[in-house]
Ligand binder design. Sequence first.
Ligand code: AMP
Length: 188
Amino acid sequence: MTRLLLVGPPGAGKGTQAKHIAESLNIPHISTGEIFRLNISSQTELGKQAQAYIEKGEFVPDTVTNPMVKDRLAQEDAANGFLLDGYPRTLEQAKLLAGMLAELGTKLDLVIEIMADTDEVVNRLLKRAEIENRADDTEEVIRHRMEVYEELTVPLTDFYREQGILVQVDGHGTIDEVAARIDEVLAK
Ligand code: AMP
């Protein structure tokens, strides 16, 4: 089971858990947010297109995001599996992803949703803001990202539940506790 997607609200620990899963399964961790941040820091054309949206907590337009993901998935290291983190984030992107994967002759095996309540994730993000200095980790932008998540990303989970590939994992507790819950799911 190697084609995975990790979903969850901002601050649920997706990035950290994604690194752990990708390492233990030896598959690339594909984080759209991370690709954008790298491109912003090196001021590439893609970075310039994405920056203003990210700083406001808005989604980067699909015309920028979708081709970027398509290219990444077609790279050799993703041929035998990958862990997507942060894409898809809308139902439309999910349908598009299914099409991209069908073109490559494959599909998602499993979607892991990390569950965490809003107050806890807002607090975690405010702490992360002090450490990482991310432009989109101010309280106002965090609240906005949570709203966007509820409105646009939560419907994804229904889409994957209907396909029978959604598993929910409790995201409360320490990093190790959540990692252990995910390992248990992957072992099945
Ligand atoms: P993340 O690191 O996953 O929290 O992503 C940080 C920011 O990058 C998001 O708030 C969006 O502005 C942008 N972003 C990441 N993934 C996507 C996506 N799939 N669609 C649109 N925007 C995205």
